[in-house]
Design a protein. Structure first.
Length: 94
């Protein structure tokens, strides 16, 4: 998993689990994510989870989007945008 690889390379502890849901209790929940915080969200179908790094927000036509840096996003590492809703985010500094 991309998140495990990056965390391990950066000297952080990861879950070393391939399931995104393994990050549910990782870190401390925050309301205002910062660059690099871990975001855990439901996929569009709602039956699975996805984990990525918070990259930022942007607004287009009055709609707020959250940008996420992750692996396995269209089978590649990239920054993807999704509608901004309340997400569980993990502060990497705590």
């Amino acid at each position: 998993m991309f998140i495990n690889f990056i965390l391990n390379k950066a000297g952080y502890k990861s879950t070393n689990n391939l399931l995104a849901s393994s990050y549910h209790f990782y870190g401390i929940k925050v309301d205002n994510p910062r660059l690099g915080d871990i975001v855990l969200l439901k996929t569009q179908t709602g039956s699975k989870r996805h984990v990525a790094f918070f990259y930022g927000y942007y607004t287009m036509n009055g709609i707020q989007y959250v940008q996420l840096l992750g692996g396995n996003q269209d089978n590649e590492v990239n920054i993807k945008s999704t509608l901004s809703r309340k997400k569980k985010t993990q502060d990497m500094d705590n």
